[in-house]
Design a protein around this ligand. Structure first.
Ligand code: BDP
Length: 719
């Protein structure tokens, strides 16, 4: 029996060390699997003992994470100590909580509440690594950074790192319903088991918090922006409080989406008019009740007067009136309101792209100090590519918060491999020219352009109950890059991708380089096979699955693809120039002039701003029609290339994840081909032009593509 046990143990150890160990993606980028022996030998001298307090819950989780990470990566337990006994100690904490750290006299000024230093130091003649912050949470962030250095095989001697986040609120927005469904969720059900809360706190909540803290995310909005009032009832607030308790050690605050008419629905009032004293009193009392249960509650997220949601305009009040009323209720407790600018109305005949700006720009300066206006990255709706939202740079007196969509509602759901880093980076680095050259969107949202202390970025989460959290391994990268960019929106998405690949798969350069290249090209491939040259919103009605450029079935004009592409026998595109809807005028004058001129408009936005004849000459010398077909075809070719890249990587990682990626790439290829063929078939039926020479005709007829109907599409059909 004993001998058998030893053999089994040895086998288990061997399988642990081998790259082919089965993996289901649950561990995300925090796998801490043993590093190659050469790496371990290097690090062993620099990670000999750990000196970390556990006087607070945050210190406790920091210490456990370091123990877990170091023992996993190095393959042996790193001993805990309370003083330095030899070279290679890792010391973590704050000057206030550790006399040893205090004695180092490191300059922790201006680290703020979340920043940290990682420094190679000498203590009593011993070389050590100090991870130092002003707060426990800062030290936790530092610990995760230190582990990342090991995970990505970086040198850890001679360290001199100093990090502070550029944004204050780094928040995930969950579009989760209390019945467990997730709007636009492609990774299973909601991870919040509301029914069993508050009594059962699933271990997964802790792993969620660890993953978020590891990338600096410090807030979570638990419920969908299309909110019900029930979340604000006492029974549900208890459940929210239980989650807040789990997240607190990790520096994560909870926020709630609220329904503006809650005072009527659960408060028994006749109105939700923000200027009504009874309504104001109701929200004040509600805020007091929440803060009694959750002293560090973050605040409210609000979708009002948008897509059927109630709001202040129901009472002829402005968005500012509504936001300020809630802000005043939260202010005594230090809470904030994140008020969404995603508003448009079907009653308004104006170009939908213009409506949020028209509504919000006049309100600049009217919001109270604890309100952020949360603006989607583009003026339409998270399309594969849109120009940046013209509100960025246009509301200098108001803190604007970025909203990105991490869940790939418009970019292939769970299966398509699309790394969103380049999309996020493209928007953040776009120049609004609001205060001359270099007034990037990143500088608008980090507050530096106008000197706003309150700053933030929100990401609509792609997380669900799937074992791998995000519906696919590569979708984890989008959660990851969101967090890293929310910490510092000036970072390069390529370097973040590289960190992620190393942590999630392997440091093997023969794998890292091609995979990072593949990720970096994946978004452009998707733009090409879905919506090239500035097209937007061509997807299927309601569920948003697959191509449907012909669709005019939706009840509202601006939910129909035909509204957006405006293709006719002469040409294609939405005229947003001064002779069209004049949406260009919402940008700074220099940009407006550029976008107004078809010759100066970047071709990637061509059909977003212009209605262009099919035979228009592109910069390449080809006609627009030719180039459109070429882009659609290129998108499919790029996906085939991705498949080929992946085929060569078999054996570098575990078979389970390898196989799923391969299978999903095959889905992506099939669907890319479908997008190309359906769009070309449809646009050809409008343009009446032959395909340019050398391009294969669509595999099926337009009638076939138009006949496709889908039921039970994830993220939509079941409610
Ligand atoms: C759209 C989604 C819809 C969301 C809405 C929003 O299709 O499900 O409710 O955005 O952000 O992209 O409010």
């Amino acid at each position: 029996m004993r001998a058998w046990a030893i053999v089994t143990l040895m086998l288990a150890m061997i399988s642990c060390a081998s790259p082919s160990r089965a993996e289901d993606g649950y561990e995300l980028w925090l796998r801490y699997h043993p590093l190659p022996p050469a790496q371990v030998t290097l690090y062993n001298h620099q990670a000999t003992e750990l000196i970390a307090g556990a006087a607070t819950s945050t210190q406790d989780v920091t210490r456990s994470e370091l123990q877990r990470g170091l023992s996993g990566l190095l393959g042996h337990t790193v001993s805990l100590s309370d003083h330095i006994t030899h070279d290679g100690a890792i010391v973590v904490g704050t000057p206030g909580s550790s006399a040893l750290i205090g004695s180092l006299h490191l300059n922790t000024q201006n680290l703020g509440s979340d920043g940290y230093l990682i420094r190679s130091v000498m203590v009593n003649g011993h070389a050590a690594t100090a991870i130092v912050a002003q707060t426990d949470v800062g030290a936790l962030y530092g610990a995760f950074h230190f582990l990342r250095l090991l995970q990505t095989a970086q040198p850890i001697e001679h360290l001199d790192l100093r990090e502070t986040p550029r944004l204050k609120l780094r928040v995930l927005d969950h579009w989760d319903y209390l019945n467990g469904q997730v709007e636009r969720g492609y990774a299973g059900a909601s991870i919040w088991d509301w029914w069993k809360l508050p009594d059962w706190r699933a271990p997964r909540y802790t792993d969620y918090a660890r993953a978020n803290a590891s990338i600096g995310i410090n807030g979570t909005v638990l419920n969908n922006v299309n909110a019900g009032a029930i979340i604000l009832t006492p029974a549900y607030l208890q459940k929210v409080a239980a989650l807040a308790d789990v997240f607190r050690p990790y520096g994560i605050r909870v926020y709630l989406s609220i329904r503006f008419s809650a005072p009527i629905e659960i408060g028994g009032l006749k109105t939700a008019d923000p200027l009504d004293p009874q309504v104001q009193a109701w929200w004040h009392a509600k805020a007091d009740e929440i803060y009694k249960l959750i002293p560090d509650f973050g605040g409210f997220l609000v979708k009002a007067n948008s897509e059927g949601q109630p709001g202040p305009e129901d009472y002829h009040r402005t968005h500012a009136d509504g936001a300020n009323m809630l802000a005043d209720a939260l202010a005594p407790h230090g809470g904030v309101v994140m008020w969404r600018a995603f508003v448009y109305s079907q009653k308004n005949p104006e170009d939908r792209a213009k409506q949020a700006y028209d509504e919000f720009k006049p309100l600049d300066g009217r919001f109270h100090a604890n309100v952020l206006v949360q603006v989607k990255n583009g003026p339409i709706d998270f399309q594969p590519r849109e120009p940046f939202h013209p509100l960025f740079g246009a509301m200098p007196k108001t803190p604007l918060m970025m909203e990105f969509e991490i869940t790939k509602e418009y970019l292939g759901f769970a299966t398509h491999l699309v790394y969103l880093g380049p999309l996020f980076e493209e928007v953040l680095s776009a120049d609004t020219m609001a205060r001359g050259n270099g007034s990037t969107v990143a500088k608008v949202i980090d507050g530096s352009l106008e000197g706003h202390p309150l700053t933030g970025m929100a990401g609509d989460a792609n997380i669900g109950t799937d074992r791998n959290w995000c519906g696919s391994d590569f979708n984890q990268a989008n959660w990851y890059v969101f967090g890293r960019l929310a910490w510092n929106p000036m970072q390069s998405s390529r370097s973040i991708a590289e960190d992620w690949v190393r942590m999630t798969f392997t440091n093997d350069q023969a794998f890292v380089k091609p995979v990072v290249d593949m990720m970096m090209g994946s978004r452009e491939a998707t733009v090409d096979y879905m919506t090239p040259l500035g097209l937007v919103h061509l997807m299927g009605p309601g569920h948003h699955y697959g191509p449907a450029p012909w669709d005019a079935s939706e009840s509202e004009a601006d939910w129909r693809p035909v509204y957006y592409h405006r293709a006719d026998h002469q040409g294609i595109g939405f005229d947003r120039t001064s002779t069209g809807s004049d949406a260009v005028a919402q940008y700074a004058p220099a940009l407006a002039a550029q976008f107004n001129d078809v010759k100066q408009t970047p071709e990637q936005y061509l059909l977003y701003f212009h209605h262009v004849p099919w035979d228009y000459r592109m910069r390449s010398g080809q006609t627009l029609w030719h180039e459109l077909v070429a882009h659609y075809t290129q998108g499919v070719e790029d996906v085939k290339q991705m498949q080929e890249t992946w085929q060569h990587l078999d054996g570098h990682i575990d078979a389970e994840r390898y196989r799923q990626v391969a299978a999903f790439l095959a889905v992506q290829e099939k669907e890319a081909q479908w997008w190309r063929d359906a769009c070309i078939a449809y646009f050809q039926s409008i343009s009446g032009l032959p395909l340019p020479p050398g391009y294969a005709p669509p595999q099926r007829s337009l009638t076939y593509y138009e006949s496709l109907k889908f039921q039970y599409v994830p993220g939509f059909s079941s409610w």
